[in-house]
Design a protein around this ligand. Sequence first.
Ligand SMILES: Nc1ncnc2c1ncn2[C@@H]1O[C@H](COP(=O)(O)OP(=O)(O)OP(=O)(O)O)[C@@H](O)[C@H]1O
Ligand SMILES: Cc1cn([C@H]2C[C@H](O)[C@@H](COP(=O)(O)O)O2)c(=O)[nH]c1=O
Length: 700
Amino acid sequence: MLSIKPFRRLWVALSLSSLGDWLSILALVALAPSVTHGSNLAKTSSISGVWVVTLLPALLLGPIAGALADRLDRRVTMVVGDVIRGLLFISIPLFPNLTWIFVAKFLAGIASQFWNPACAASVPNLVPKDKLERANQLSQLMTYGTAPLAAGLFALLGWLSTALGHGIPFFHANKVDLALYFNGASYFVSAIAVYTLRQIGKREHSGRISVPSTAKAIWEGWRFIRHTPVVRGLVIGMLGAFCAAGVVIGLAPSYIQSTLDGGSAGFSLVFALILIGLAIGMGFGSRPFGDFSRRRLFGVTLTASAVPLTVIALVPNLGVVALFVFLMGVVSGIAYPTGFTIVGLEVDDDTRGRVFAFFQSTIQAILLAVIAVAGFIATGFSAAIGAVTGSSNGEVKIAHITYGAPGDNLLLLLSAVLVAFVGIQSYRQLDDRKGVPLLEDLITAIRDEPLKRVPAAPAADGQQPHGHAGLFLAFEGGEGAGKTTQARLIAIWLREQGYDVVTTHEPGATKIGMRLRALLLDTAHSGMSAHCEALLYAADRAEHVAKIIDPALERGAVVITDRYIDSSLAYQGAGRGLPTAEIEMLNGWATHGRLPDLTVLLDLAPEAGLSRRARSADRLEAEPLDFHRRVRVGFLGLARAEPERYLVLDATAPFAEIGQQIKDRIREILPDPVPHVSEAATGSFPAIPDHVPDEVADPW
Ligand SMILES: Nc1ncnc2c1ncn2[C@@H]1O[C@H](COP(=O)(O)OP(=O)(O)OP(=O)(O)O)[C@@H](O)[C@H]1O
Ligand SMILES: Cc1cn([C@H]2C[C@H](O)[C@@H](COP(=O)(O)O)O2)c(=O)[nH]c1=O
């Protein structure tokens, strides 16, 4: 991942910026009480004040900043944000008073509210879609993984300050100043890294298209979330999960230190284990799941995180809690970046910043609110349980287990129930492989075997795909594999046996299709979005099936098509990185579930296929070699998943040899056997003109 230079730069900037955020919290939490005069309560309140000004910008500004960030130049937003934050933190040692600490931290928080969505929304523009998940995992890893790093660094800088203090009295008196200077410097280096990142580019708004007001943009962002099932599913899941996280964070200090007698060492251990678990989950957790649907993975991991939480709630033992907290970290570490990847893949560039901002600000708001009230609710529960059970010291004993503060356990258990509930809900909303059993899908993905196809969606009129009297054959493969050549040879062979044969192709077999083909292959449209491309190919296919394929099959003809749905799965799925299940659904809908009886896949290395081309490259052919390699792998994966419906042939073999193998296989499925004697007379090329219906124009 980090070999992609633009992403590497953004990642360095994100890491430095996150390190700066954590370091600033540690430094200010240490500094605030030391500049506060008065009682212990005043000093403690100054620490709370630091937390409040840390979280407040997200509550007040999250959605507005996200909407504005969508309209601003992301690179400039990030550079300015870094410089402002750097200056603010360097200014704190110069004006060391509580008011300025609060003001500076609050203003820096506002800058972060712009910086974070601009950064998150830029990642999908810097990496290929198939690498987006890894990119998000690395980003999340640094966002949270820098927390323990910052703690270590803070300790190191404190030690350095003390050492320097022996020679330079300034450092002797100001132990956290070095950390604040370091903090400022980390933002400046981040600014330089982002400044050199020209690929983030300017957000383009045509002068003719009106740009909505900020308020309208926010409203549209909220409406978008409400009306988009995928994002709604994510929101339900994330918010529920962070509610539970708030309960865990809110109760952890008292539960571990007092109820479990872990003391501060026990608390530090559990804190470290959840961070390590999160880091492992984010860094490596989704790897064993191979091609398993990321939408399903999000729902499954979210629901699964209820299991360790339940154990934590029911078993008040420090060792057990430590182990299951670690497991909870791993599972949540898989779910969190998976959710972000889904937003990156499925929310378009214009609204992505707003959606990320919505997530980040709502998550922080929920965390803050739940952390604040969790202790009170648990105490209330304990009191109620004490009143019901009549226990004088508030303890409850169930089957040899003594619950010292049963309200804590009850609240943790309720959180587990909430997580399980939202996990199942969001799984239902997000599921993109309906009809494929979950367990089977999971095992297949873990074994790295090709995934089963999603059953075709019923037609719009509710009908299932209809049977047909004829035979439907598709020729598939990469560029220049010999599809057209072999399709024509087979058509000649079949016609000579008296079969009614219709040869056709995609895209562009119909009048509408010809226009779509021109749009799709024109190199002038090189920036076409992957979604638009997939829809145009599906539109061409819908017309193709309705006007040519279905009528021909229904009258009993043999239809031979040069490319069909598999081309979309390979090019737009494997090539462009769109989710295969969605392309299947889209095309299932467009074609009423019409699938070929046999698909002949001509397999050829893209280097060889592209070099067979005689004319200049069209828009798809002009894609880089890597794209065509992914397409080839995509085709082979489809064939491996359903070997009975495919004939895979080495397209480097001579024409006649390939043709013979195709004939042998087709003979097995032809309505009437073709006599062998007739074959000798039919090997010749060029073609007999194909039958072309009146309304259909042949673009070739
Ligand atoms: N088996 C083969 N060996 C060598 N050359 C071949 C073979 N099959 C086809 N060719 C040549 O490769 C070129 C491309 O063939 P063809 O047009 O049939 O491929 P295609 O898969 O339909 O290409 P496209 O993806 O552009 O539609 C032609 O010049 C054809 O003669
Ligand atoms: C049907 C279909 C096609 N494509 C691509 C594959 C080729 O690059 C062109 C068609 O060109 P050809 O010379 O006629 O083979 O379009 C695709 O990307 N997705 C599809 O569904």
